[in-house]
Design a protein around this ligand. Structure first.
Ligand SMILES: *[C@@H]1O[C@H](CO)[C@@H](O)[C@H](O)[C@H]1NC(C)=O
Ligand SMILES: *[C@@H]1O[C@H](CO)[C@@H](O)[C@H](O)[C@H]1NC(C)=O
Ligand SMILES: *[C@@H]1O[C@H](CO)[C@@H](O)[C@H](O)[C@H]1NC(C)=O
Ligand SMILES: *[C@@H]1O[C@H](CO)[C@@H](O)[C@H](O)[C@H]1NC(C)=O
Ligand SMILES: *[C@@H]1O[C@H](CO)[C@@H](O)[C@H](O)[C@H]1NC(C)=O
Ligand SMILES: [Cu+2]
Length: 242
């Protein structure tokens, strides 16, 4: 073999090794294809922050709503945050392994949801979400870069039926400063299915009344909906122009 061939082969080998570190010890995250149709869960930030110094008045407001992805594949997340600290952004948010305890201590939510044992470093490459930690939502789909901030993102790798490690409805969401210090956190709880037996119920969010889930989610939900309906506006305008 010629030296140049050997050199280029070993370069390929080194690159493969380096790349293999950017995914989990158990490989890339697996696409979840069997999420229950119509499942819905919500995490609503509490009234008081975990991080109490700095410019924050009250707490960051907001919620993360999770609904089953089309055909049961993955999850659609609708996130809405506002009243963010004036300093220390862009803010990041993740699904953490443990739920928040009754004291609201975000430290005890432990690390990011990471069933494929990838670790935090190197940082998530958003062009290859399967190689990122399953819980690293802002790493995969974008940091919180405005106030208010709203986004609708789809994730293939999160599970809404119990069993796999990527199941997250028994876990929490944590919002951090850019330097990873935890600002606030909230648990997911499932909301009633969107079917005839439950529509119109006003007490639907009182399912798991923990101290950390006491804020009403209605504003966030309505806001996100109007963003969605605004998305149709350019289409309508285009049709009128034509
Ligand atoms: C990849 O992982 C190995 C073993 O864990 C480690 O020694 C090496 O430094 C890592 N390489 C990179 C580029 O992170
Ligand atoms: C992280 O950033 C925030 C906001 O700038 C600051 O208040 C906090 O002290 C920082 N934490 C660490 C560990 O540096
Ligand atoms: C939160 O929990 C951690 C770890 O148990 C502890 O060190 C810390 O003091 C707690 N923080 C607050 C504000 O209670
Ligand atoms: C959450 O559920 C998953 C899957 O059913 C399970 O493996 C995990 O231990 C649970 N975690 C907590 C904190 O309850
Ligand atoms: C609503 O959804 C729940 C949970 O899947 C199901 O048990 C119930 O039968 C449904 N009700 C109707 C009226 O479809
Ligand atoms: Cu986090």
């Amino acid at each position: 073999m010629r030296l140049s061939t050997i050199l280029s082969l070993s370069a390929v080998g080194a690159r493969t090794l380096a790349q293999s570190n950017t995914t989990g010890q158990l490989g890339d995250a697996v696409v979840v294809t069997n999420n229950p149709i119509g499942k819905e869960a919500l995490a609503v930030l509490p009234k008081t922050p975990f991080f109490t110094s700095g410019s924050l008045e009250g707490n960051v407001k907001g919620s993360v709503k999770a609904t089953t992805g089309a055909k049961g594949v993955g999850v659609d997340f609708e996130v809405a945050f506002s009243n963010l600290p004036k300093e220390g952004g862009p803010f990041i948010y993740h699904i953490h392994v443990n739920p928040v305890d009754a004291s609201g201590n975000c430290t005890n939510t432990l690390a990011h949801l990471d069933p494929f044992i990838r670790g935090e470093d190197p940082v998530c490459d958003s062009t290859k979400p399967a190689t990122c930690q399953v819980g690293d939502i802002s790493g995969k789909y974008g940091k919180i870069t405005s106030d208010p901030f709203r986004a609708r993102v789809h994730d293939d790798f999160t599970a809404m039926s119990e069993g796999p490690g990527s199941y997250f409805l028994n876990r929490s969401i944590v919002v951090h400063f850019a330097n990873k210090t935890r600002i606030t956190c909230a648990n997911f709880f499932t909301t009633p299915q969107n079917n005839a037996s439950t529509t119109g119920s006003s007490s639907q969010y009182a399912l798991t009344p923990t101290p950390t889930n006491s804020m009403t989610p209605v504003t966030a939900g309505v806001g996100a909906l109007s963003v969605k309906s605004l998305a149709f506006l350019p289409v309508v305008v285009m049709v009128l122009v034509l």
